[in-house]
Ligand binder design. Structure first.
Ligand SMILES: [Zn+2]
Length: 176
């Protein structure tokens, strides 16, 4: 996995780019939460679920279908998530986790197409260094991971957020 904060930054950047009129701050935070959620599957290690299992790390919780189901469940429970835009944002936020994981250089790939297939997928290029699981994070490998995430995820996200913000500002200036 990229580190957990890096997953959260993707929906937050989309929210900043789209602006608070389209994606409220509450919705943005919910998206950040959903983007981090799939890695809760690591608890499976503690109860004996193998990495490669359907419900193992990067298994079903990292699938696009799972993201759609969770976004639908949130929409059922939460009025703010009951629009096409909000649903799409939340589903995309959660699905972005597995997609990002597919670009990492280690472990098993995410089961993006579960339940159709349990196959673990990697992108054709895997430039993001995989994050060490657990305490190893504070090691030389952890630093290499962080640097690769900063350049390959945080920078593009920042660029997206800044571009969206600038476009919105210019638009506002024009109609003011
Ligand atoms: Zn993950």
């Amino acid at each position: 996995m990229p580190t957990i904060m890096t997953h959260a930054i993707v929906p937050l950047a989309i929210a900043v780019a789209a602006g608070p009129a389209r994606i409220s701050s509450k919705l943005a935070l919910a998206g950040a939460g959903l983007a981090m959620l799939p890695d809760a599957d690591v608890v499976g290690f503690a109860i004996g679920i193998e990495y490669a299992d359907q419900w193992g790390h990067r298994g079903a919780t990292h699938a696009i279908a799972f993201a759609l189901m969770v976004a639908a469940a949130v929409a059922l429970l939460w009025r703010d998530a009951r629009s096409v835009g909000a649903f799409a944002f939340l589903a995309l936020a959660m699905a972005s986790h597995g997609l990002l994981d597919a670009f990492t250089s280690g472990g098993l790939g995410p089961a993006l197409l579960w339940p159709v297939t349990d196959t673990r997928f990697f992108a054709p290029i895997t430039p993001i260094r995989v994050s060490p699981i657990g305490a190893d994070f504070f090691s030389a490998r952890g630093v290499v991971t962080l640097v690769s995430e900063l350049t390959l995820v945080w920078l593009p996200c920042l660029a997206l957020a800044a571009t969206g913000w600038l476009i919105r500002r210019r638009h506002h200036a024009r109609i003011a």
